[in-house]
Structure formats: C-alpha cells, structure tokens
Write a protein that binds this ligand. Structure first.
Ligand code: PMP
Length: 409
C-alpha cells in the first residue's frame, strides 16, 4: 500500500485544480462521479490540437486536414481497443452517455419496438437511461418495466429474472450505480437477457474510469459512456454497438458526413459508424479522450482499483463511526462512491457546510428520482473518489461531516 500511496501522490500533481483554495480552505474534490478533474496531459493535448492541428476532418485535400483526420480516426481505434471492441466501425462518437442512449433508443428502438413490447431497466438507473426509453415507449406503445433493488443496494436479480419474458426486447442497465456505487454483474444480466432474445444496452458512465471494460467478453449489444467522467473533455462520448446490429439501424440525425450520395430526390447513407455522425464532429473531444485513455492505462486498472477500494473502505469505516450517519448502498461489489445522509438534516444543508469547509461533494437526487423514491428520501450527499484523492481527503470529509452534525442536529 505504501508504494501505491507514493504513486498516487505523484499522480495528484498532474491535477493543478487541486492546488487551489475554495472559501479559504484547501480544495478537497470528492465529486468525480459527476465529472473527473482533467490531468495536465489531457489539457495540453487538446490545447496543442487547437494551437497547431485544428482543422476539419474527413474533408481531405490538405496536410492539416489529413493530419486531424488521422488523429481523429486514431482515437476511434484506441477507444475500440480500450473497451475491447473487435472492430473500429463499432465505435460511434456522440456528445456523451445521454446522447448515446437517445441514439440507440431512437434508431434501434423506433425500428424494432412495437406495441406490447417491454424494455426492462432497473430501479437504480440514471434519468439518462430512463427517459429516452419512456419517450420511445410512448411513441410505439411499448412499456418500460423496472427490476427492483435489495435493501443493501444490490440489484434484486430474482426480480430481474421474473420481469424478463418473451415480451422483453431491450434490457438497459447501468454497470455501476452513480448513487449506490453498486457494480452490476454485466455478463450474468446480459446472458439472462439474451436467453429471452432481448438486446442489451449497458450504461458505462461510472465504470469506465474504475475498471477494465470488455464489451466482447461481456457480449453486450450496446455500451455507452462519457469522456468527461474518464479524465477527458466535456461534450464527447461513445456508443459501442455490435457491427451486425449497427448495420441494420437507420441514421439518428441527417446532414453532412453521414451520407453516401445526396440528390434532391433522396439520399443514400454512409457505412457505419459514419452513418451516425452527422455534421462536423467534436474532433478535440476524440483527441483528448485518446490522451485520457493513455493516462489511465499508464497507471493500470489493477492499481487504480486497489487504491480506490482502499479509499472507499477507509471512508466507509470512518463515516459509519459518526453517529446519525446513514449510508446508502453497501453492495459487496462497489465502485468508489459513498452516498449518505445525516438523520434529521437536509442533504442540501450538509452539502453546503461541507462546501464551506472546502469539501466538494454532490447533494441532491443525482438524476435518479425513482431510486430516491425507493430509498424514501428526497436526496443524499454523495462523496466519490478517484486517482487524485487520498486518505487525508477522507479525513477532511469526516471532519466536515462531524462539524455539519454539530451545526445541524
Ligand atoms: N448514467 C450514469 C450512471 C451517470 O452517472 C451519468 C452522469 N451523472 C449519466 C448516465 C449521464 O451522463 P452525461 O451527463 O455525461 O450524459
């Protein structure tokens, strides 16, 4: 552990954001589940792209455009390898997880779902993996059904099995809950879904920065994630889809780049993945994501996992020892996310006191209102940990929660 602590203390220096003070206190950033801070290597890569390489892609005809296209498509290959995809054509660039789910729900959903069909989700989904399905279900007369959770925050797999049937055409669930931290058993749930002939979409927003993703071994049909939660730029994300399925899907948006031939009488569409990428893309998003992948792979997911689990365990022990603290989500297999409330205090008031102490957490419903209804609370306080945090950060959190308790209870 000493070696790991030394390594991650070095890594912390990659994040200049952490050298600043807020409200006169040292910034303790515990909101990585909302977005990770960006390391210097990523920011410098994006900055260099803008300063020296900025040019539109796929337009050919000059040196800079060819170089930008090579960087852009190089990122696609790197991302494919990073998540274990077999073909680079299986990687579609979008704005983020939310747009990714919308793309699949509209393109695959509208052409495959019909009245009476069911879409199975879970009670722990983010709104980004609920609302797009509800919108499509309403259009075609299908139904969204949700599998419940157990009191410890794990998915109720028996309920999930019960709700799977020949009516189920899509199963959409998160690999990791952004509130409870629960890591779902992706291969198991995927196998169960495939047994009834359903397709599977996995929301990878929280898993990509924590552990190795392997879409091929998991056998998922779709996988979506956002770069900003993986040390990369805002406004950029990825849809992975099995090539054979993508090839059957109609375009999501129309415009330049997604076409093969346009006449005033009609249009034929480009091959996948370009069919799904209308207009000038987020080139520096792709380039920055490539740098972010290099950053995390250089550390190695085995070390990231060991370090983050140590922080989670330490924080869980310390917070549990404070009277009146209730923790939500104690699954055996968890990501580095810790949700809690102070009994008798409002989550926003706790969040505000923590902020005054320099401790940045998220307080609210975390875009998971159905989960809040299941937990019977309007919101929680959420601390989430990443590679730049330390045990001292956890100590600052604990000290601030003790102070909030003194002030509020
Ligand atoms: N799903 C999960 C599990 C998330 O944590 C988030 C972000 N909080 C999203 C989806 C939506 O991601 P984005 O806002 O980047 O589209």
């Amino acid at each position: 552990m000493d070696n790991l602590n030394a390594l991650f203390a070095e890594i912390r220096n990659e994040f200049p954001a952490l050298t600043q003070k807020v409200h006169g206190k040292k910034l303790v950033y515990l909101d990585s589940a909302a977005t990770t801070l960006k390391p210097k290597v990523v920011v410098e890569r994006v900055s260099n792209f803008y300063l020296y390489e900025s040019s539109n892609v796929h337009r050919g005809a000059h040196f800079l455009s060819d170089a930008a296209t090579a960087q852009f498509e190089g990122a696609r290959h790197s991302i494919a390898r990073f998540i274990g995809a077999e073909h680079f054509e299986e990687i579609i660039f979008v704005r983020g997880t939310t747009e990714g789910v919308n793309l699949v729900a509209n393109s695959w959903g509208l052409s495959n779902l019909k009245a009476g069909d069911e879409i199975l989700i879970t009670e722990m989904e983010h709104h980004g993996n609920i609302v797009p399905w509800q919108m499509v279900a309403e259009k075609v007369g299908a139904k969204v059904v949700a599998a419940g959770i157990l009191d410890n925050g794990e998915l109720d797999v028996e309920d999930f099995k019960k709700k799977l049937s020949s009516k189920t055409k899509m199963v959409a669930f998160t690999a990791c809950s952004n509130v409870l931290g629960t890591n779902n058993d992706v291969p198991l749930l995927t196998k169960l879904a495939h047994q009834v002939g359903a397709k599977v979409l996995v929301d990878g927003a929280q898993i990509v920065s924590q552990s190795k993703v392997d879409v091929k071994a998991w056998d998922v049909d779709f996988f979506v994630f956002s770069s900003h939660k993986l040390f990369g730029p805002f406004g950029f994300g990825v849809v992975y889809g099995k090539k054979a399925i993508l090839e059957t899907m109609p375009p999501y948006q129309g415009g330049g780049s997604m076409i093969s031939k346009v006449s005033l009488e009609g249009t034929t569409y480009n091959d996948v993945p370009f069919r799904f990428e209308a207009g000038t893309p987020h080139v520096e998003g792709a380039v920055g994501t490539h740098a972010a992948i290099n950053f995390i792979e250089k550390i190695g997911f085995d070390k990231v996992h060991a370090y983050e689990m140590d922080l989670l365990q330490y924080a869980t022990e310390k917070l549990s020892a404070i009277p009146d603290v209730k923790i939500y989500g104690t699954a055996a297999n968890k990501g580095p996310i810790l949700s809690f409330n102070l009994k008798g205090a409002h989550h926003s008031d706790v969040g505000q006191i923590l902020d005054q102490e320099g401790v940045a957490v998220r307080a609210g419903h975390h875009c998971t209102q159905p989960l809040m209804a299941r937990l019977g609370v309007p919101g929680t306080v959420r601390a989430s940990f990443s590679v730049y945090n330390s045990r001292e950060d956890v100590d600052s959190l604990v000290k601030a929660v003790v102070k909030a308790r003194e002030l509020l209870l």
